[in-house]
Unconditional design. Structure first.
Length: 268
């Protein structure tokens, strides 16, 4: 596994004054920079294994509550995270970017495209959903397993939801997608509520950016049926399902997933 990113943080100021850490890597090229949005309760290190797959300038952020960003103990929301994203783009002097969000990052990406359409040239939504009211949710059995008070047991369940057993046998970890261990408990709770409260169904038809939806066929953490829902709801979007992949399709199946993203982004 690649070493964690050494890119130094810089800090944007959100509308409410919170400092949001961001990381800019890669050389400028002919294509717009690519903004990468991580999953719930994770920092930018979520993207470390695959960031170099994208031969362009990339931007990551630490959501409020995670990484080096401020961690106010107050309600968070996916539209609020989207506002933080735009503060980062303003801080970096970037008018328009391509956006690739996975899991909760895909939920945040939906709001960036809905609320700030002029900032998004192209959109990739991975292993995500439109929200609880219309989306397909994980089972109660999975929810109970993830509520286990034993941290090691929770991590094992989460790793199994992310990766196939055969891949885990060959790659014993540590895994960069199991959460930011330095996050305070209250911030993890705020992230969980923000993700669970996401509801963008009514606004999805207003998305104007060309959109690719990616999902692993064997994802039960965010069921794969959500991919077709999103692709049908967003004008002219297309869905690609990656056979045999679970939630962290972009990591385990990066040889398939990363070319799908780069080829799509080269087209607009």
């Amino acid at each position: 596994m690649p070493a964690p990113s050494s890119s130094p943080d810089s800090f944007a100021t959100a509308p409410d004054g919170a400092r949001i850490a961001c990381q800019l890597e890669g050389a400028e090229g002919n294509q717009p920079p690519l903004l990468l949005l991580a999953g719930q309760s994770n920092s930018h290190h979520w993207w470390d294994p695959v960031r170099d797959d994208f031969a362009r300038r990339t931007i990551t952020i630490d959501y409020r509550g995670s990484g080096a960003s401020d961690k106010p103990d107050e309600p968070y929301s996916t539209p609020g995270f989207a506002a933080d994203v735009v503060a980062v783009l303003d801080h970096l002097g970037l008018r328009q970017v391509d956006v690739y969000g996975t899991s909760m990052g895909g939920r945040v990406a939906q709001w960036v495209a809905v609320l700030y359409p002029d900032r998004v040239r192209a959109l990739v939504l991975g292993c995500t959903s439109p929200g609880k009211a219309h989306g397909f949710e994980r089972s109660q059995e999975i929810r109970r397993a993830l509520a286990n008070p034993d941290q090691a047991a929770r991590d094992d369940v989460l790793a199994d939801l992310m990766y196939t057993p055969q891949w885990r046998r060959r790659h014993p970890g540590p895994y960069p997608v199991l959460g930011d261990t330095a996050m305070p408990a209250y911030a993890k709770g705020r992230h969980l509520v923000a993700s669970n409260s996401h509801e963008a169904w009514a606004e999805l038809p207003s998305i104007k950016a060309p959109t690719l939806v990616l999902h692993g066929t064997d994802d039960v953490f965010s069921p794969a049926a959500n991919a077709r829902l999103l692709a049908d709801r967003i004008p002219d979007a297309r869905a690609e399902l990656i056979q045999g992949a679970r939630h962290a399709y972009f990591h385990e199946f990066q040889a398939v997933a990363s070319p799908l993203v780069t080829d799509f982004l080269a087209a607009p």
